[in-house]
Design a protein around this ligand. Structure first.
Ligand SMILES: Nc1ncnc2c1ncn2[C@@H]1O[C@H](COP(=O)(O)OP(=O)(O)O)[C@@H](O)[C@H]1O
Ligand SMILES: [Mg+2]
Length: 501
C-alpha cells in the first residue's frame, strides 16, 4: 500500500511511528519494547474523523504527531486541521450543556480545546487517564500555533466561536450556544464501554497497543497537575480586574485581609482589604441550601417565586446578572475575582446607605422621599429589560453618596416577567421595618415608592403585587396592623390610579 505520510510521537519509553497509507484498515507492528509502528489506511482515518469509527482513538494520535519527513507535512497538516475543528465543535457544545446560561460569558484560550478533548477522553477511558495526559502534553508541545489559530478562526466564520477583545481568546458563537443539553447524552452514548467485548479485530489491536503504551509509562514521567485542573486554567470569566481563570493555584495572588463580617443572612459576606492597594472589598461566600436560614424564606416564597437553591447557581447568577446590568448601564459593584470552585466572589465595596436605612429614616422623619422615588424608578427600569431582581429586599440596594442606586445582591435575579414579586418584596418589607415606629409617615413612603415606580413602570405590576399569594408570603414578616395598613393604602392608590386613567 502506497505510503502517504509518516510521523512519530515520543511516548516515554517508546517511540510510536504512525504511517498513513492509501486504502483501509489498521495494522500494528511491534518490533521491541521501544518501537511500535501503526499503519492506518486513509479511509479508516477519515472514518474515525467523520464518524468516530475507532472511538476517536486514531484522531487522538494525529495532533501530537511530528512529521518524519518534509513531504509528510502537508497531509498531516490537513488532517490535523480537521481533527482540531471536530474537537473544538464538540467541546463548545459540551460547554453549553455543562454551564448553561454562563457559557455565553466563558472566554477560552486556544489551548483549551486541546486540553478539554484529552480531559474528556481521560475521564471516559479511566484506566488510560495517564496516557491521554501524555498525548495532551505532546499535543501542546507540538501543535503548530498558526494551525490551531487557523482552525479556530474557521469556526468563527462557521458561527461556533466568536472573537473577543482579548488576543488569542475565543467565546462561544451562536451555533454552539443554541445547542440543546441532550448533546452530552448523545456523546456518552456513543462511547460503548460495554461493547468492548465485541470489538472488531482492528479496534481490538488498537486498544491493545494503547494499553501496552499506557502500562509502559513510568509514573515519574507524568505531569503532576491533572488535566481537569489544567483545562480550567484555560477557561476565563471577565471581571473588572481582567480575566480570571476558572482555576488558579491557591493561595490567590492577591491576598485579602479580613476586616469584619457584614450583615446578610443567606451567605457569609465579609468586608476585606486588599493587601495590594489597601482597597476595601466585599468577599461573599456562598453556602449550600442546607443552611437553615434559607428554609423559612423558601417556604414563604413557595409558589411565589422560583428560588435558585444551589450555591453554585446562586454564584453564577450573581456574576452573570451583575454583568448583564452593567452592560445595560445600571450601577453594580465591580467584580474583582470569582472562584466557581471555592464558591466565592470578591466585589467592590460600595460606600453609601443601605436602602433599608433610607426607608427607616423616612418612616421616622417623613423626609428623603425623593431618594425612595429614585430607587423605585431604577427598579422599574430594570424591569423594562425583562429582568427581575428576585430578592429585592431593601438590604440589597445601596444609595451611594452621589445618589446613584447600586444593586448589590443579584443571586436570585433572572430574566422573567414576575416584576410584581420585586414590588411585593419592596412594599411589604417597608411594613416590616415600621415595627416599633409610628405609622404616621407610612402612607407617604408607600406613595413615594409607587410614584417612583410609575416613572418607568406599569400600574398593573403594583396591582399584582397585592395578590393574596404574596400577602400570605409576607404575612410572616410584619405585624398585622402594619401589614393591613400597607395593603389598604396601596389598594387605595391603585384604585385611584386606575380611575384616573
Ligand atoms: N458590594 C457591597 N458594598 C457594600 N456593602 C455590601 C456589598 N455587598 C454586600 N454588602 C453588605 O453585606 C450585606 C449582605 O450581602 P448580600 O450580598 O446581600 O448577602 P446575602 O445574600 O446574605 O443577603 C448587604 O446587605 C450589605 O449590607
Ligand atoms: Mg442580601
Amino acid at each position: 500500500m502506497r505510503v502517504l505520510a509518516k510521523g512519530i510521537i515520543e511516548i516515554p519509553g517508546t517511540t510510536l511511528n504512525l504511517i498513513i497509507t492509501e486504502g483501509e484498515g489498521i495494522k500494528i507492528r511491534q518490533e521491541n519494547r521501544n518501537f511500535i509502528e501503526m499503519t492506518i489506511g486513509k479511509k479508516s482515518l477519515e472514518a474515525d474523523i467523520n464518524n468516530d469509527k475507532y472511538y476517536g482513538l486514531v484522531c487522538d494520535h494525529i495532533i501530537p504527531l511530528e512529521p518524519s519527513n518534509s513531504h509528510s507535512e502537508n497531509l498531516l497538516r490537513y488532517y490535523k486541521e480537521k481533527v482540531l475543528m471536530k474537537w473544538a465543535i464538540e467541546s463548545s457544545k459540551l460547554l453549553v450543556s455543562e454551564y448553561g446560561s454562563l457559557s455565553r460569558r466563558i472566554i477560552l484560550s486556544k489551548e483549551y480545546f486541546l486540553l478539554d478533548h484529552y480531559r474528556r477522553k481521560g475521564s471516559l477511558f479511566i484506566i488510560l487517564k495517564n496516557y491521554f495526559k501524555i498525548l495532551a502534553e505532546r499535543s501542546l508541545m507540538n501543535v503548530d500555533e498558526d494551525l490551531l489559530a487557523g482552525s479556530l478562526n474557521a469556526l468563527i466564520s462557521e458561527g461556533y466561536l466568536k472573537q473577543v477583545k482579548y488576543d488569542d481568546k475565543f467565546a462561544l458563537g451562536h451555533k454552539a450556544l443554541s445547542h440543546k443539553a441532550s448533546y452530552v447524552r448523545v456523546f456518552l452514548g456513543s462511547m460503548p464501554y460495554l461493547g468492548l467485548l465485541n470489538l472488531r479485530v482492528d479496534v481490538k489491536a488498537l486498544f491493545h497497543m494503547i494499553s501496552f503504551l499506557a502500562l509502559n509509562i513510568r509514573s515519574d514521567n507524568i505531569l503532576l497537575v491533572d488535566l481537569e485542573e489544567m483545562t480550567k486554567r484555560h477557561m476565563f470569566l471577565e471581571t473588572d480586574s481582567g480575566l480570571i481563570p476558572f482555576s488558579t493555584p491557591l493561595p490567590m495572588e492577591q491576598p485579602y485581609e479580613h476586616i469584619r463580617r457584614l450583615g446578610g443572612i443567606i451567605n457569609t459576606t465579609y468586608l476585606v482589604k486588599s493587601n495590594l492597594d489597601n482597597e476595601l472589598c466585599v468577599l461573599k461566600k456562598y453556602h449550600e441550601w442546607t443552611d437553615l436560614k434559607w428554609l423559612p424564606l423558601a417556604l414563604w416564597a413557595l409558589g411565589a417565586y422560583n428560588f435558585d437553591a444551589s450555591a453554585k447557581r446562586r454564584l453564577v447568577n450573581e456574576y452573570s446578572m451583575n454583568r448583564e446590568l452593567k452592560e445595560k448601564n445600571f450601577k453594580v459593584p465591580k467584580v474583582y475575582y470569582i472562584s466557581l470552585k471555592n464558591k466565592f466572589i470578591i466585589e467592590e465595596h460600595i460606600e453609601g446607605r443601605l436602602f433599608k436605612d433610607v426607608i427607616i429614616e423616612s418612616l421616622k422623619t417623613g423626609k428623603g422621599l425623593e431618594v425612595i422615588e429614585d430607587v423605585l424608578s431604577e427598579v422599574a427600569k430594570v424591569h423594562n429589560h425583562n429582568i427581575v431582581l428576585g430578592d429585592a429586599n431593601p438590604t440589597n440596594m445601596i444609595v451611594a453618596e452621589d445618589n446613584n442606586v447600586y444593586f448589590i445582591d443579584l443571586e436570585q435575579a433572572k430574566y422573567s416577567d414576575k416584576y410584581s414579586w420585586d414590588l411585593a418584596t419592596l412594599l411589604f418589607f417597608t411594613a416590616h421595618y415600621i415595627q416599633g415606629l409610628s405609622l404616621e409617615n407610612l402612607s407617604e413612603v408607600l406613595q413615594a415608592m409607587v410614584n417612583g415606580y410609575l416613572r418607568y413602570g406599569d400600574v398593573k405590576v403594583i396591582k399584582d403585587a397585592l395578590s393574596p399569594l404574596y400577602l400570605r408570603v409576607f404575612s410572616v414578616l410584619a405585624f398585622p396592623h402594619a401589614l393591613i395598613k400597607t395593603y389598604v393604602d396601596l389598594r387605595r392608590m391603585v384604585l385611584a390610579l386606575s380611575k384616573a386613567s
